[in-house]
Write a protein that binds this ligand. Structure first.
Ligand SMILES: [Zn+2]
Length: 380
């Protein structure tokens, strides 16, 4: 009896301890804003293999023939690393991103775009497979997202570089992440990455070389394309050379942002490596001072005189929503006209007619808008 009483006292004491000390400590802190529910149930962490020859889209595997007119580089939402530090002021609002992205996807669809590739890297803000899934489901526009890391200055190298000191094979470690997101899925979102995104500084840094090697390992393992960021009007040739020398398939590489340069010799030098190029900042002349009509002239020359029509892709690199505190709001009113063409329907509405005026045929334009994205994924 005495023993039983002791048990009761111990049990009671334990309960009091649990309710007064342990439970409150274990309870999750209430976040400032709870993420709104999304009408997509959590998927298993590991998705079944993608059938050979199919592309990973937000809604699952699709045939390359289903891509149609494709914008190869647009961001539904974006933020530079570090934005989460400002979370108290400007928390992530998934529903707001979905609402805005729906409008963007609808606008793109209204001018004939069937596929949008959003290459937001893992270490920047804005990559949200649940958003892509929902927007694709509601609009019928294919959305393909990427796995990847941004260039050193504007990415998050600290996490990875801290491991180099301990002798970690960083390329192998990063490639494991890329491969997992391409073959099994991104977390439990039920979405697999369909391509790899990497970037370089004007002169490739040691960190960027390790990331590029990781991309090559992942491409060899999975067969997906590599889409790049180049910083400024140089660096594309070196980037292509590095990727190819280390084993990437040039047909599955698109060197991005060649619109940063007005120099057609620069474009030719990259194309001579056998890769594809992205004239993917159309409407953003304000960034490097290259007007669209000059880019259009260069594209037309590359197609008509140099027979490169089967390796050029077009896009805008739009950021349709800045996460954190809006950057756009900080742009002075007077400067806004500089961004008037930086919109998702600019290529379809303005650039394609300009290319036609330069003498490109419907067939050549169809190759640029439809065939080249398909071939980037197929390696043709
Ligand atoms: Zn971009």
């Amino acid at each position: 009896m005495q023993r039983f009483a002791r048990y009761v006292i111990v049990a009671l004491f334990s309960l009091i301890l649990i309710f007064t000390v342990v439970a409150p400590a274990c309870a999750p802190a209430v976040p400032a804003t709870l993420p709104p529910a999304v009408s997509v149930p959590a998927a298993p962490a590991k998705l079944p293999p993608t059938p050979a020859g199919m592309i990973n889209s937000a809604l699952g595997p699709i045939s390359p023939d289903k891509l149609g007119q494709t914008l190869i580089h647009e961001h539904f939402a974006f933020a530079y690393p570090g934005w989460t530090a400002d979370d108290s002021i400007a928390p992530y609002d998934r529903q707001a991103v979905i609402d805005n992205s729906l409008k963007i996807a609808q606008l793109a669809k209204s001018v004939g775009i069937q596929t949008i590739v959003d290459p937001t890297p893992n270490d920047c803000g804005g990559r949200d497979p649940l958003v892509y899934k929902e927007v694709s489901k509601q609009t019928g526009v294919n959305i393909i997202c990427t796995t990847g890391l941004y260039f050193e200055k504007e990415g998050s190298p600290a996490y990875w570089e801290s491991r180099v000191a301990w002798g970690v094979d960083l390329s192998k470690m990063i490639s494991e992440l890329f491969i997992k997101e391409i073959t099994e899925g991104i977390g439990a979102t039920g979405v697999k990455a369909g391509a790899i995104k990497v970037g370089t500084s004007p002169v490739m840094t040691d960190y960027e070389k390790l990331v590029h090697k990781a991309a090559i390992i992942a491409q060899k393992a999975t067969g997906v394309p590599i889409i790049t960021h180049t910083e400024g009007p140089t660096g594309g040739v070196e980037q292509a050379e590095f990727l190819i020398t280390n084993g990437a398939d040039p047909k599955k590489v698109m060197i991005g942002h060649v619109t940063n340069s007005k120099d057609i010799e620069y474009h030719r030098a990259i194309l001579a490596k056998g890769v594809k190029v992205g004239f993917d900042r159309l409407g953003l002349a304000v960034l490097y001072g290259v007007p669209d009509d000059l880019s259009v002239k260069n594209i037309a020359t590359l197609v008509k005189d140099n027979n490169y029509g089967d390796r050029i892709l077009l896009s805008h690199d739009t950021v349709n929503l800045w996460l954190g505190r809006s950057l756009v709001k900080d742009v002075p009113e007077k400067a806004m006209p500089l961004f008037k063409d930086w919109r998702i329907d600019h290529v379809s509405k303005d650039i394609l007619p300009m290319l036609k005026a330069q003498g490109l045929t419907d067939d050549q334009i169809n190759t640029i808008m439809v065939g080249n994205a398909r071939n980037l994924f197929l390696g043709k």
